[in-house]
Structure formats: structure tokens, C-alpha cells
Design a protein around this ligand. Structure first.
Ligand code: SF4
Length: 312
């Protein structure tokens, strides 16, 4: 008797599960087929349904889905740009090295003093490390970073006559410069397309199931194949901005996410719209951005720069 009752209960549970899964699939299908204005779809409750990418998704379908997400992000962050303050390739490459393990805001608050004292690679290459350490202390790991930026400056002076090179194969020859840093510099100081695979980029493209790769170089190649080269730099900004502002590592703000209807990982974070709103950072949470000297396009679009150094 007990066995029969258990069997009946199990069958019922299985049927319910199947039913739920078909409802979910239908929702998925709907969202994938008609995600029109994802931004509008998530303004306020109710929250979006989880969207799983279709099983056995073809390369073409993946390309379409990925590009749609990028288009939506371009609407959400029309002013996305590098968040490190810089005036020339040398400042950008140094700032990028300094940005490891800290925020761009912290770097932006530190580099004015550094570049005032050491404006050129020659100056920094000949610097007294202890004095540089004092300036870089707020960025954390300041001894290692001092060593890196002095070594990097020496490399620029000795190998490239004091000019930051504008080619990937040259940039990666500089001490402490990997492909990630090289692409930041190429994309933003030389206008050459590059994909920046940082920690945000890696996390988000995994959540969106754009690639299953885990090695940054392989992620770069896989994602690069989904977009035209001309989109690479802006794509990197959109993804990184979304990771910093909404799709956080530990608690993504899914309930306040404009691309929720397109995201296979919807539900990994807070789905309650009100609670999710409180997780938003920088201008999405009503606060300033990270640049002390942002580009005009950011200001024109209503972005708010970080307060000047020393302000409360
Ligand atoms: S916040 Fe949530 S819904 Fe938005 S992209 Fe990240 S995981 Fe997806």
C-alpha cells in the first residue's frame, strides 16, 4: 500500500515538474523571440522570468543573442568609457597597472600626484622607489606596484625610445603588461579595437553563456568571434560597466537589471525589484561615477563625475 502511495506521489511530482518546465520553456521562448525593449520590460515589478538559452543553440543564434545584449547595454550605458583618468598612452598604461586589486576611483585619486612628479617614462624610470611607494600607498600592494611601474617605464624608455608602442606584439613585451592591459591601451589610447577580459568580463560572459571557456585568452577569442572588430572596445566598456554597476559578483541586482529578459542567469542574484535597486552602484544607484575628469560625452549624457580630491 505504502509503495503504491509513494509511486503515485512521485508520478504527481514528476508531472508537476514537467508542467513547470514547459511553462518555463514557453517563457524562455517568448523572451528569446520577442525581447523587444528589454529595458522597458523590467522597469518595476513583476520581475522577468529566467531565460535559458535554447538547448543546442546554433552559432548564429548565439551571435544574435550576444549582439542583442550588447545593443541593450549600449542603450543603458550610452556614455560607457574607460573609467581611468588619463591624458596620454603613458598615463593610461601606468593607471591600468595600478588598477589591479583596487577601484578605478582610487587610482584616479592617486595618479594626479604621481604624474605631476613624474610626467614622462624617463622621469618614472629614474625615480626613487621609496618616494613612488609613498604616492602609491593608497592603491594597495604599493611596493609591488612601484616596482611594476618603474620597470614598465624603463622598458618603454629602453625598448621603445620613451614612447608607448601602439602594437599588441610590442606592448606585451613590456614588463608587467599582459594582453588585458595591452588591449585597454590599444582600445582607448590608440583607437584600435580590443577586448578587455577583466574579472567582470569573465563573470558576465559566463553568466550569459556566451562561452564556456575559462582561460582569458580563449574567452577573448570566443567572444571576439561573436562581434565585428569595430564593436570590441565599446563592448568591453558595456560589459565591464554592467558588472560594476548591476551584475555584481556576489549579489547581482537581477530585479533591477535592464537585460534580465535576455539573461540565462536571471535569478542568480536579488530578484525583488526594491531590494535589487539598493544594490545598484555608481550612477545607477544615484551616486557619482569613478572619473575625476570624465570625457565630455559622459557629462553630456548626465553622468556625474567623482568629487574632486579631498572633498568630503
Ligand atoms: S544582474 Fe542578473 S539578470 Fe542581470 S545580467 Fe546579471 S545575472 Fe543576468
Amino acid at each position: 500500500m505504502k509503495k503504491a502511495a509513494a509511486k503515485k506521489a512521485a508520478t504527481k511530482a514528476a508531472k508537476t515538474a514537467v508542467k513547470k518546465s514547459s511553462v518555463k520553456k514557453a517563457a524562455v521562448k517568448k523572451a528569446v523571440v520577442a525581447p523587444k525593449k528589454a529595458t522597458a520590460a523590467v522597469k518595476g515589478a513583476p520581475a522577468a522570468k529566467t531565460v535559458a538559452p535554447p538547448k543546442g543553440e546554433s552559432h548564429t543564434a548565439l551571435v544574435r543573442r550576444a549582439r542583442r545584449i550588447n545593443r541593450e547595454l549600449a542603450e543603458v550605458y550610452p556614455y560607457a568609457h574607460p573609467e581611468l583618468d588619463f591624458e596620454n598612452p603613458f598615463q593610461l598604461i601606468v593607471a591600468t597597472v595600478l588598477s589591479a586589486q583596487t577601484t578605478d576611483l582610487r587610482v584616479n585619486q592617486t595618479t594626479p600626484a604621481l604624474f605631476a612628479k613624474y610626467p614622462t617614462p624617463e622621469d618614472l624610470a629614474a625615480a626613487n622607489p621609496e618616494e613612488v611607494e609613498e604616492i602609491l600607498r593608497p592603491t594597495g600592494f604599493f611596493r609591488a606596484k612601484t616596482k611594476s611601474v618603474i620597470g614598465l617605464s624603463k622598458g618603454i624608455v629602453e625598448q621603445f625610445g620613451g614612447e608607448v608602442p601602439g602594437r599588441l606584439e610590442d606592448l606585451v613585451k613590456l614588463p608587467g603588461v599582459g594582453r588585458k592591459t595591452a588591449f585597454v591601451v590599444l582600445g582607448n589610447a590608440f583607437g584600435r579595437p580590443g577586448i578587455t577580459v577583466d574579472t567582470h568580463f569573465q563573470r558576465l560572459v559566463r553568466r550569459w553563456q556566451w562561452t564556456a571557456e575559462t582561460d582569458p585568452d580563449k574567452i577573448e577569442a570566443a567572444v571576439g568571434a561573436l562581434f565585428p572588430k569595430s564593436d570590441w572596445t565599446d563592448l568591453s566598456h558595456h560589459v565591464i560597466w554592467h558588472g560594476r554597476r548591476i551584475c555584481h559578483a556576489r549579489k547581482p541586482a537581477c530585479g533591477a537589471c535592464p537585460i534580465a529578459p535576455l539573461c540565462p542567469a536571471y535569478g542568480e542574484g536579488e530578484t525583488d525589484p526594491e531590494k535589487a535597486k539598493k544594490l545598484l552602484k555608481y550612477e545607477k544607484g544615484g551616486f557619482p561615477g569613478q572619473r575625476l575628469n570624465p570625457p565630455q560625452s559622459y557629462l553630456d549624457a548626465g553622468g556625474r563625475p567623482a568629487p574632486p580630491l579631498g572633498a568630503g
